[in-house]
Design a protein around this ligand. Sequence first.
Ligand code: ZN
Length: 455
Amino acid sequence: MQNQTLWLKSPAAIFTGNALNAGNGLVIKGNKIVELVPSGMKPKIHVDSYIDCSNQVVTPGLINTHHHFYQTLTRAVPGALNKPLFPWLKYLYQIWKNLDEEMIYTATQLAGLELMLSGATCIADHHYVFPKGLEQAIDIQVEAINSLGCRATLTRGSMSLGKSKGGLPPDSVIQDEDTILQDSQRLISKYHDNSDDGFIQIALAPCSPFSVSTTLMQDTAQLAKENNVMLHTHLAETEDENNFCMQQYGMRPLDYLEHCDWLGNKTWLAHGIHFNQDEIKRLGQANVGIAHCPSSNMLLASGICPTVELESAGCNIGLAVDGSASNDCSNMMQEVRQSLLQQRLRYGAEVITAKRVLGYATTGSAAVLQRPTIGMFDIGMQADLAIFSLDELRFSGVGSPLDGLITCGASHVDKLMVGGNWQIENTEHCALLSKQIMDKHQYLAKKLQSQNFVL
Ligand code: ZN
């Protein structure tokens, strides 16, 4: 439909992500939004076709800011259940060290598909496990994402501080600094599309303070600066991490981050829970982005992200499902609901509204990933959108369809458009990928979890 115009007509509700009125829908031409139609009005431009959305809710495509796709192969693994972060990680590293290329391809496809079915049009992943034989992990992920038709920010993760040097991961899953930096440069040169509407973008992402050397943190920041790409890591997820940083480096995680030259607007952090007031102020002044991961933080009992304080200080807040070993699903709409419920406990019902948490998953996430042409509806923005049908028992009798989308628990889209192309119609990926990917994924998950390991 390159030159055709399409009107998404009269939605039951629409979330634009800004103050604009699109009560009577949107007009799309090619890969862009060309008109917002206010309530009671008709489009000014000629429309070639329309879709009646009177029983549907339309939102900008949701944007997931943090994940570990490979972890879909280790969901609810018995030996890792009911453990906090550090012992949970130590157990799972012993399984993850056996990941291979087929596994990373299939896990990326499955997680991507799961996210898209839940409304996501742009997804970020943080892959940091590089055992022998998996040196091409990010190349494989690019190929897998291209088969799905969504946008992605793939981060070249890394771990260089193995157990023998005081780190947490086993030595077999880490790489040396030179290898990591050379591969990071190679991936940026090969895949990073720095245009505003780029489909694949690359960012650099040392795993966390407890698995990466100080030199690697500093050199990665320098490399990111030279290439004008973003930086990402886990930070302030647990009190254990604070204690680790005090013992290992003599400073708290944020001081350590600053020491490594990471405090700036090209950095986004996963979790961001255990900060004091002064740290929140410094993060806001530097415009650091936060990937808020409520389900994972509750499952691992890590804590509650202080979203409102961080936002008031100047941080962008995006939403994320986190890896599938600590969620264990990759459903963005359910994550929006989790954020609403969790954050209300801290800030109250008047402060945490449906619009606010939907904003985290759209405009907030787009700002975190620095993608200026997605995350809201306006003329000239990319046609990335999710359409949820209200034709389900859970929505029957709903008063406010937009609020009900979250409080009644929407979990899957009816249709999903990325850059003007339908990728999901009638709740199924247009390439009919679900069944074939799932069969292969289940086989590989069984294979990975059954391999012998030594703790
Ligand atoms: Zn994570």
